[in-house]
Design a protein around this ligand. Sequence first.
Ligand code: 13P
Length: 255
Amino acid sequence: MTRKKLIAGNWKMNGSLAANAALLQAVADGLQQQQAAACDVAVAVPAAYLAQVQQLLAGTAIALGAQDVSEHSSGAFTGEISAAMLQEFGVCYALVGHSERRQYHGETDAVVAAKAQAALAAGMTPVVCIGETLAEREAGQTEAVVQRQLGAVLDTVGKDDVLRLVVAYEPVWAIGTGKTATPEQAQAVHAALRAQLVAAHPEAAGVRLLYGGSMNAANAASLLAQPDIDGGLIGGAALKAADFLQIIAAAAGDL
Ligand code: 13P
């Protein structure tokens, strides 16, 4: 099955009005030269910049993403942002359950599943982030952990909605550390996730499984060449136009 690759930048808490404009101008210019329509591209930006980035992305092939979404629809939830609000800014993708949200904000599997539901209900694509810690990997629990995390979402989304998910496997020990999972390590986990998806819904073979964790211009091609790696969720390297463009080129060349 051919799955169109998706390269999504997660800017995390980085950027400024000036830096965002310069970065996206450079990425958009580079994309025009690459003609990389063979690959979907998105950027998940801090909520404060959604309006700015929505304008900057108009007329480009880059889709807008958010880094989080509330599981609630409205009301007394200070600091939260609802799916409907994101939708007003043209947000297509919402990250849910990023390990930094799980780790620093106490998000549980149940909360992540509710957030995925909220995004789906508003017509957005949740990018469900999962991944094991180093201690869990060393204890031989990698598959059990990621399948528990994905299973919590699969248990609550309807069968038809499974096809609307994107899943991002991000081993916590590889995020921001410069330590990347080897292509074989990542592929092994992706294959297990694919099997879990297909068991939940036969057509879920079409769900895109992204890898994230120190993916960069040098290692992207070998990761993206794996049969079950359908794209990348890029942190640090998404803040540098040249690096991000090289990753996109690697993805576009491997369909
Ligand atoms: P780095 O690419 O900086 O390791 O971050 C990965 C990540 O967490 C993307 O969501």
